[in-house]
Ligand binder design. Structure first.
Ligand code: SF4
Length: 386
């Protein structure tokens, strides 16, 4: 960022003057007490501030101090939280209050590292408390700050990627006022919600328009950059759990390219979504669903359950079909290449990707095969059903 010191000072001055004149009148803005700031910030996560106000007031009446919160009755606490949702926030508040009482003698920690160590407090909330209550020049990066900053500097980084946070942090750390860091953060938050809104930014009246790259280029709506998630392709597979008379299962190694490359799985064959639905609804396995290596004489197949495995751009819906081979049936030796094996697996060792090469305990040899995630789920499914 190549802004001069004077330009940064001017920017801070313009933002803070606007904040002084336009700030939202919120009850927790009449104090810098860390306990109150903390509660208000946690309540405001995923909730409109206007909704939070009555909850905040009731909460402060019932639990005016960190000690009172640390001793709160769980049922009463959750009752008070009713309607705000995400109840883990309330439970975490009580745990963190106990941490403050027990580890910090009831005094809220005054540095970022210790604030961050409290239960339920993430980087944004920690920076908000640090800047508002302790005047630490920490940028509190939330969605509003990212939108405003990305427009001012025309930042091309994707706000949905965690790696982009560093870029926002660098820019905001240079800008944040060292004298009034809490008001600076809150000023940008209010500006983001009142002026620099996602779809209709009011650029003509924005106090920062003379610093804003996006408005100069007429590209306000190009920022922030957020790549759309690719729609996941839905695929359907049958997995054949073929067991021989020794209780061993037949596994194949997948090709070296593509998803699950070089991993070991039961043989998988693609099937239609219609056949998939039929199998999972009434267990009916139509005749066209077969495993290529199986002789026709083996027709007994049993539906053993289904699950979905999610990759970044594909969703695999897998039905597991158990195939019990006839007494003497084994896949012919000549077909058992280095990529196909009979294995006996040990469910206790499954997490370590270990299967036994065979079941003959006199010559047991453990084999570390990279089992695919879906394969581990399939073995688990077999265990449940057997
Ligand atoms: S000028 Fe417009 S786009 Fe730029 S910060 Fe202000 S409101 Fe946002």
């Amino acid at each position: 960022m190549d802004w001069s010191k004077n330009k940064i000072k001017e920017f801070q001055k313009d933002l803070l003057s606007w904040y002084d004149a336009n700030k939202k009148p919120l009850p927790w803005r009449q104090t810098t007490e860390p306990y109150k700031i903390w509660i208000s910030e946690i309540m405001s996560q995923q909730t409109q501030v206007e909704t939070v106000i009555p909850y905040f007031e009731r909460f402060m009446k019932k639990y005016p101090t960190v000690e009172s919160l640390a001793q709160a009755d769980d049922t009463e606490l959750l009752k008070l939280w009713e309607g705000l949702g995400y109840y883990s926030r309330a439970r975490n508040l009580k745990i963190a209050a106990q941490e403050v009482v027990n580890e910090y003698n009831g005094k809220f920690p005054d540095n970022l590292k210790e604030i961050l160590s409290l239960r339920g407090i993430g980087p944004y909330t920690a920076a908000a408390i640090a800047s508002i209550s302790f005047d630490l020049a920490e940028p509190a990066i939330d969605g509003n700050l990212m939108r405003v900053t990305s427009r001012i500097f025309e930042l091309e980084c994707d706000i949905s990627k965690s790696s982009s946070r560093k870029i926002f942090d660098e820019h905001l750390r240079t800008l944040v006022s060292k004298k009034r860091p809490g008001d600076f953060n809150q000023g940008l938050m209010d500006l983001g919600s009142l002026v620099c809104s996602p779809k209709k930014p009011k650029c003509e009246t924005c106090p920062l328009n003379k610093y804003c790259g996006a408005v100069a280029d007429g590209k306000q709506l190009n920022y922030p950059v957020k790549t759309k998630k690719l729609k996941q392709k839905e695929l359907y597979y049958t997995a054949f759990a073929l067991e021989n008379s020794l209780g061993e299962y037949y596994l194949e190694k997948r090709p070296s390219k593509g998803l699950l490359a070089d991993m070991w799985t039961f043989p998988l064959t693609e099937l239609s979504s219609v056949d998939f639905e039929k199998i999972i609804t009434d267990g009916a396995i139509s005749k066209n669903i077969t495993m290529p290596e199986l002789p026709e004489s083996i027709s007994k197949m049993e539906y053993f359950g289904n699950f979905t495995h999610i990759f970044s751009h594909q969703k695999w819906h897998i039905v597991l079909i158990k195939v019990k081979a006839e007494e003497k049936f084994e896949i012919a030796d000549e077909l058992l290449t280095a990529d196909k094996k009979w294995v006996y697996y040990d469910s206790k060792k499954l997490g370590e990707n270990v299967v036994n090469l065979n079941q003959d305990l006199s010559k047991i040899s453990r084999l570390k095969l990279p089992l695919s995630g879906p394969q581990v789920k399939m073995f688990e499914l077999l265990d449940k059903k057997i």
